[in-house]
Design a protein around this ligand. Structure first.
Ligand code: C5P
Length: 224
């Protein structure tokens, strides 16, 4: 991979995604396209983003019965994503089948616990364990299923890496040290996330909403 920064192009607007990618392509390691982009632009949109010659992270967070997820992975395979996500909560068989259906060159990564959920939210869905415990459990399950790695927060990646030293760890939600942490209590910087064991960093708004996205990407790259 070119570099650890995957920029999240969270937009429904294909032209905006293309113009952003054109500006930052030399200072990022890949492009992350999520459900928002895919719902609006579909496989053709993903193919169009392939023109930038950067690895594509297709973050669709698939979660369904094993057969359906495997068929969806098969259908996505011609797009040749470098990384594809499934929810680890979908279970062992679902993850095994997803991995088996993916092309050799595609890393299949399990989403552990969404960072939008706190321990109360987890409890409300019937999960008694706290988020750290749940991330650990789903990391172990993802490994057992033969996935390539997991998505987890910068606070959890060190523990996940300890459980799974060869795992591929995707860390979203990192914030540059100087970039308006806002009211966040504990911000993990890109450098800290890498030091804790992150394989790649997913960075969205600090780059995409910057007045000069290329300069923002370059500045983050310089801290790594
Ligand atoms: O916040 P930012 O714009 O950098 O988010 C980029 C991506 O990271 C989003 O597409 C989202 O999927 C993910 N994210 C996350 N947890 C957070 C913040 C962002 O998973 N706390």
């Amino acid at each position: 991979m070119k570099g650890p920064i995957f920029v999240a192009l969270d937009t429904t607007d294909l032209e905006r995604a293309k113009s952003l990618a054109a500006r930052i392509r030399n200072h990022v390691g890949g492009l992350k396209l999520g459900l928002e982009f895919y719902s609006a632009n579909g496989p053709d949109g993903v193919r169009a983003m392939g023109a930038f010659d950067l690895p594509i992270f297709l973050d669709l967070k698939l979660h369904d019965i094993p057969n359906t997820v495997a068929k969806a992975v098969q259908a996505l395979s011609p797009l040749g994503p470098a990384i594809l996500t499934v929810h680890a909560a979908g279970g062992l068989a679902m993850m095994e089948d997803a991995k088996a259906a993916a092309p050799r060159g595609t890393k299949v990564v399990g989403v552990s616990v969404l960072t939008s959920l706190d321990d109360d939210d987890l409890a409300a869905t019937g999960i008694a364990s706290d988020s750290h415990g749940q991330v650990a459990r789903l990391t172990a399950l993802s490994r057992e299923a033969g996935l390539d790695g997991v998505v987890c927060s910068g606070r959890e990646v060190a523990a996940a890496k300890e459980l799974w030293p060869e795992g591929f760890f995707v860390v979203p939600g990192v914030r540059p040290a100087d970039g308006g942490a806002g009211d966040q209590k504990r911000v993990v910087t890109p450098r800290e996330a890498l030091d804790s064991g992150a394989s790649i960093l997913v960075i969205g708004r600090p780059i995409t909403q910057a007045a000069d996205p290329d300069e923002a990407a370059r500045a983050i790259e310089a801290t790594l």
